[in-house]
Structure formats: structure tokens, C-alpha cells
Design a protein around this ligand. Structure first.
Ligand code: HEM
Ligand SMILES: *[C@@H]1O[C@H](CO)[C@@H](O)[C@H](O)[C@H]1NC(C)=O
Ligand SMILES: *[C@@H]1O[C@H](CO)[C@@H](O)[C@H](O)[C@H]1NC(C)=O
Ligand SMILES: *[C@@H]1O[C@H](CO)[C@@H](O)[C@H](O)[C@H]1NC(C)=O
Length: 324
């Protein structure tokens, strides 16, 4: 990574930094350097493993960013997404929606345990790993708050009630983010994550069949139909890239795609259907630095959702199971 840009309040727009200040006043205060004495090598260790893993397989960056998002939206950023099914809890969050990146988290956790056993929570590992995945895939970085603790509870039902659906229109999207303390700035900025990674056809064939959605570019739809035939029960569900342009580079390309009507989901296209979200899509498309500032601020804000601190929760030994 030749020239990594570190976004700070000094160099960046007051609006984003002010937003950051508001968040910390309204929710549990997480510091920026929780492990500075207990595990000074924590962040460096996590970064090294994430960089190594994503060098070998760039799709891991998308997976780690999405894991942090899902963790935070379903029962707070408490690593509940990482708990495996057990006899005590047969239907944890991860049984609800298939996600990638769990093996990568195991590798990161193993490296962190090797330098500081029992010290760094899995919830913080997800937040740092998402940040480092942004560093790798977008070339900019930001400071991440830490001190989250890992929860014991993980329920598939919480995924169904808290995760926004790709079939949502703008009102449901806004409502879903508002319930988590996030606003339309956050909704639009974070949607930029759909410049990387992949999606299964089943998430957007509603826009291809029986007729092509008129809000989708016809040539793009024709292209997608080549990979995604009309859905038939039991048939395979292939994947396509979220972005037709530079699909492993996290950038404001998503917003350019949205304006060109070349995004996959009903929920992506919905960002153009209200005046205020459309205005932000246009700003983010036109100004890459502005989007980066907003994205970083919104990731920090998302990482504060319903966190466990102090003596609540625990620091898990294995990210896949509560300590016994
Ligand atoms: C606004 C509401 C959102 C909806 C409805 C949504 C929905 C989806 C869906 C359906 C997929 C494809 C999954 C698959 O078929 O395997 C996806 C992929 C992805 N989403 Fe979102 N998402 C939203 C917001 C976010 C946010 C806030 C982030 C992160 C900041 C994010 C990051 C990603 C990434 C990185 C992928 C690609 C994952 C991979 O390739 O492993 N999404 N999203
Ligand atoms: C990352 O990869 C390099 C080169 O393969 C290796 O020397 C280093 O030990 C790895 N670091 C981690 C933390 O895995
Ligand atoms: C998806 O992106 C990868 C990486 O850039 C590329 O190799 C692949 O051909 C793309 N797939 C499609 C269907 O365009
Ligand atoms: C979480 O699990 C740990 C270890 O099993 C236990 O000590 C603790 O009381 C549990 N906390 C809650 C709130 O269930």
C-alpha cells in the first residue's frame, strides 16, 4: 500500500468530525486506544493478518466489512454474528443469512491470542478488521474506537428483525438505519460498500423478471440475465460482482453506478427515489474525498451501535463460542 491516506479531523470537514462528537456523547464512550497498555500490538497484528489474507484473496476484504455491518445491526457490535450453533443455542445469527469471512476471523483471532491471550474482544477484532479491509481495498484509513466486549446471545430472529432487506424501498431503509441511530448520511455513505464484493442473483432477480425494472439500465439488465436466469425452485444461485467497474476497489464508484442505473438491488436503486438521499448520492459520486470522510465517520458511528463495555459481556477465547 504505497500511499495510505489517514483521515483525521484536522484535515477533514468539520461536519464529519462534529458528527463523530455527537455520537460519543449519546452512547457508551469507547476510547480510541483501549489496548494501548494491555495489548499495544493488537492493531498492528490484526492489520498484518488482514493484509496478508486479502493479498492472497481480495474477496476477504468485502466479507470482513460486511461481517462488521451485520454484527452491529443484529444485537449490537458484540461479535454475536460469530457464535456457532450449539445445543444451547441451535439457531444463532449466522444460521439466518450465509456470510463469508469466518475463517479469516479465526486466523486473526489466533494471531492476536498469540501476542495477548484473553485480552482483545472478537467484537473489536471485527471493527479493526473492517477498517483494515477498507485500508486494503480503498487505500484510506481511519481511527477505530475499541473496548467493545463480546455478547453471549445470538439469535437468528434478531437478523430477520434488524437487517435491512435488498427488497426494501427508501422508507424502510431509512427506518432500519434510524432504529440503529444512523441517519440518511450514514445510509448513503455506507452503501458505498456495494462498490466491492459479490451478490447472489436471488437478491435482484426481482428486477430482471418477469420484466426488467425500468429504473435499471437495459444493457446492464441484459448482461445480468446472462448469469442470472429466471429463478426456478432448487436451481443454483450464481453470484455477480456488486460493481461492473473495478469490483475489488472500494470507492465512490457505487454512486456513479447508481446514477447510471447500474446497481443490483431494489434497495440500492431506492437511494435515488427521495430528494435528500439522491442529493447525497450525487455529492458522493462527484467528490471522492467527501465520500471517504463520510464513509469513515459512518463506519465509526456504526461501530458504536449497542456496544457492551466495562464488565458487561466477556472477552471470548474463541470467537465461535462463549467462554465456559
Ligand atoms: C442499506 C442496506 C443494505 C442492504 C439491503 C444490503 C444487502 C446486501 C446484499 C443482499 C448483499 C449480497 C449478499 C449475497 O448475495 O451474498 C450485500 C453484499 C454486501 N454488502 Fe450490503 N447491504 C446493505 C448495506 C450494507 C452496508 C452498510 C455495508 C457495509 C458498510 C454493506 C456491505 C456489503 C458488502 C461488502 C457486500 C459484499 C460481500 C461479499 O462479497 O462477501 N452492505 N449487501
Ligand atoms: C504475512 O506474510 C508475510 C509474507 O508471506 C509473512 O512473512 C508474515 O509473517 C505474515 N504475517 C502475518 C501476521 O501473518
Ligand atoms: C468480477 O470481478 C472479477 C475481479 O475483477 C473479475 O475477474 C470477474 O471477471 C468479474 N465477473 C464478472 C461476471 O464480471
Ligand atoms: C455470559 O457467559 C459467561 C460465561 O459462560 C458467564 O459467566 C456470564 O454470566 C454470561 N453472561 C450473561 C449475561 O449471560
Amino acid at each position: 500500500m504505497g500511499k495510505m491516506v489517514k483521515l483525521t479531523c484536522v484535515q477533514l470537514l468539520m461536519v464529519a468530525c462534529f458528527q463523530g462528537t455527537l455520537i460519543t456523547m449519546s452512547s457508551a464512550e469507547l476510547p480510541y486506544d483501549f489496548y494501548s497498555s494491555s495489548c499495544p500490538k493488537a492493531e498492528e497484528t490484526i492489520r498484518n493478518v488482514v493484509y496478508n489474507l486479502t493479498d492472497a484473496n481480495p474477496s476477504i476484504a468485502a466479507a470482513l466489512i460486511r461481517l462488521h455491518f451485520h454484527d452491529c445491526f443484529a444485537m449490537g457490535c458484540d461479535a454475536s454474528i460469530l457464535l456457532d450453533s450449539s445445543s444451547a443455542n441451535p439457531q444463532p445469527e449466522k444460521s439466518a443469512i450465509p456470510l463469508a469471512g469466518y475463517d479469516a476471523v479465526d486466523k486473526i483471532k489466533a494471531a492476536v491470542e498469540a501476542v495477548c491471550p484473553g485480552t482483545v474482544s472478537c467484537a473489536d477484532i471485527l471493527a479493526f478488521a473492517a477498517r483494515d479491509s477498507v485500508g486494503k481495498s480503498a487505500g484510506f484509513s481511519y481511527n477505530v474506537r475499541s473496548g467493545r466486549r463480546d455478547g453471549n446471545l445470538s439469535k437468528a430472529s434478531s437478523v430477520f428483525t434488524n437487517m435491512p432487506s435488498p427488497f426494501f424501498g427508501i422508507d424502510d431503509l431509512v427506518a432500519s438505519f434510524t432504529r440503529k441511530g444512523l441517519n440518511i448520511d450514514d445510509l448513503v455513505a455506507l452503501s458505498g460498500a456495494h462498490s466491492i464484493g459479490v451478490a447472489h442473483c436471488s437478491g435482484f432477480t426481482n428486477r430482471l423478471y418477469p420484466e426488467v425494472d425500468t429504473t435499471m439500465d437495459a444493457a446492464y439488465a441484459a448482461d445480468l440475465k446472462k448469469t442470472c436466469p429466471e429463478p426456478v425452485r432448487g436451481a443454483p444461485d450464481p453470484v455477480v460482482n456488486n460493481s461492473g467497474v473495478a469490483p475489488t476497489t472500494l470507492s465512490n464508484q457505487f454512486f456513479k453506478n447508481a446514477i447510471a442505473r447500474r446497481v443490483l438491488f431494489t434497495s440500492d436503486a431506492a437511494l435515488l427515489t427521495s430528494d435528500d438521499t439522491r442529493a447525497k448520492v450525487e455529492q458522493n459520486a462527484a467528490d471522492s474525498l467527501l465520500w471517504k470522510v463520510r464513509f469513515a465517520a459512518s463506519m465509526v458511528k456504526m461501530g458504536n451501535i449497542e456496544v457492551l463495555t466495562g464488565t458487561n459481556g466477556q472477552v471470548r477465547k474463541s470467537c465461535r463460542a462463549v467462554n465456559t
